[in-house]
Design a protein around this ligand. Structure first.
Ligand SMILES: Cc1ncc(COP(=O)(O)O)c(C=O)c1O
Length: 334
């Protein structure tokens, strides 16, 4: 089967570009310096490729990802970098057979972890992103509370996702440094070996963390690629042109096949006009015909992947490249 034979819309990974992204990252952050984030691809087959590049520990955003990774034999060191008080899901993680550490940022999350069999935690510190994480000066109290309930506190985590507002690297570096001052100060009081932070956009900036939680680097998207050109987009949605007139063309890849919160996707040699439920409308530079296939490059890979059941691995970037494997996106759901 060739790329252009796939029923559309279909998620396709450009294999050589994907492998180059993994190699670039493992050269910069070898082994346990990287804790790849599974939320970006939700796929144990893909995670196995990251493991083959030397990374043993993984970051997860949902209990479903944690349990699925452990069941796939990838449970050496799993971090739920997110808060949950769901007793059933906490117990499922505690009994999944892998080593599981969960993030805690409040009395309630500490109590729920301790009551449901979790043994190891990281104190999640808010370093500037308006999301989870305790106030930096509350981290020591939360660590004491956790230790008092018998939990092993491995250290701290803090996600500096707000620095992505700075496309300029120097500005992003300054914002990262400020964010990490909070995290390092909290770590001095909390103790433990781990300072977990970072993302694709700070992978070579964040030197304060002991491990970087990058996710997007493997598949990349059009929103992040200009900020970190070391990694190139390796994931597209293959779509079939289903209607053409003298002004525009329409292909069968819409909102239900694409994460759109970072803006319109890109189509090679074309201007994308709009995306609706089932359609992308675009102005091609050269005439296309009904039945042609096009590559639709998402602006945000994480939600794009979550819409699909499988991704196809292609031997090259071209539309006549062979499909060498099909990977189930098996970590979807919560
Ligand atoms: C807690 C946490 N860490 C790390 C990341 C990885 O970010 P990226 O996909 O930009 O590498 C995310 C992404 O949203 C995240 O939520």
């Amino acid at each position: 089967v060739k790329v252009h034979d796939l029923p559309t819309p279909a998620l396709v990974v450009d294999g050589p570009t994907f492998e180059a992204n993994l190699a670039t990252m493992s050269a910069a952050l070898p082994g346990d310096r990287l804790r790849p984030h599974v939320k970006a691809h939700k796929c144990t087959s893909l995670a196995r490729r990251q493991q083959a590049h030397g990374h043993r520990g993984f970051t997860c955003a949902t209990p479903r990802e944690v349990v699925g990774m452990a069941r796939a034999g990838l449970g050496d060191d799993l971090l739920l970098a997110n808060e949950t008080i769901d007793a059933q899901r906490l117990r499922a993680m505690a009994n999944c057979g892998g080593r599981v550490t969960v993030a805690v940022d409040s009395d309630a999350t500490v109590s729920a972890a301790a009551a449901n069999g979790i043994r190891e935690v990281l104190v999640d510190v808010n370093v500037g992103l308006p999301r989870c994480g305790c106030a930096p000066d509350d981290a020591a109290r939360i660590a004491d509370l956790a230790r008092g309930l018998g939990l092993d506190v491995r250290g701290v985590m803090g996600y500096e996702g707000h620095v992505y507002v700075f496309p300029d690297r120097a500005e992003r570096s300054r914002a990262t440094e400020q964010a990490m001052e909070f995290l390092v100060a909290a770590h001095e009081k909390v103790g433990g070996d781990v300072i977990s932070a970072g993302a694709t956009g700070t992978f070579d900036i964040n030197t304060w963390a002991t491990e970087i939680q990058a996710g997007s680097y493997a598949l990349m998207d059009t929103a992040f690629a200009p900020m970190v050109p070391q990694f190139r987009p390796a994931l597209y949605v293959l779509a079939t042109v289903i209607s053409v007139n003298d002004k525009h063309a329409v292909a069968d890849c819409g909102l239900k096949a694409l994460g759109m919160d970072h803006g319109n996707p890109a189509i090679d040699s074309a201007d994308v006009w709009l995306v609706s439920d089932e359609h992308v409308t675009f102005k091609p530079e050269q005439r296309v015909a009904v039945g042609d296939v096009v590559r639709v490059w998402p602006a945000h890979i994480d939600p794009t992947v979550a819409y699909h059941e499988r991704m196809h691995l292609a031997a090259g970037a071209q539309l006549d490249a062979d499909i060498t494997d099909t990977w189930e996106i098996d970590l979807r759901g919560w």
